[in-house]
Design a protein. Structure first.
Length: 110
């Protein structure tokens, strides 16, 4: 049951990562609860490319999410995607790998 007294962005116990990109860079890290879906959303009017990355070694190495060796989590426009992580302790972040103009708003939440 949803606790309506809980702070927004913390329904799962995980604090949402939110922010904007107005240049290339990285979001803060997000560690989802394993076995549950989590949301990745990008919106705004912008020219740029954002990739969802994950780390299995506490943020030392970041890898794009791939399918058959092809990056499948690279976005050049507004999206709202659901991902699921089966392993404990895996960190996720967004990386703005190219930026042309506008503002890229983002949210990672569970």
């Amino acid at each position: 049951m949803l606790n309506i007294l809980q702070a927004p962005g913390t329904v799962s116990g995980q604090t949402a990562v939110t922010g904007t990109f107005t240049a290339t860079g990285n979001s803060a890290n997000f560690v989802p609860i394993p076995g549950r879906g989590f949301n990745v959303s990008l919106w705004g009017t912008f020219v740029g490319t954002v990739v969802v990355e994950r780390s299995f070694d506490a943020g030392t190495t970041w890898l794009p999410i791939t399918g058959a060796g092809v990056a499948i989590s690279t976005f050049g426009g507004p999206v709202s995607e659901i991902f699921e992580e089966p392993e404990y302790g895996v960190q996720y972040r967004l990386r703005c790998m190219s930026f042309g103009s506008g503002t890229i708003n983002y949210r990672i939440s569970q």
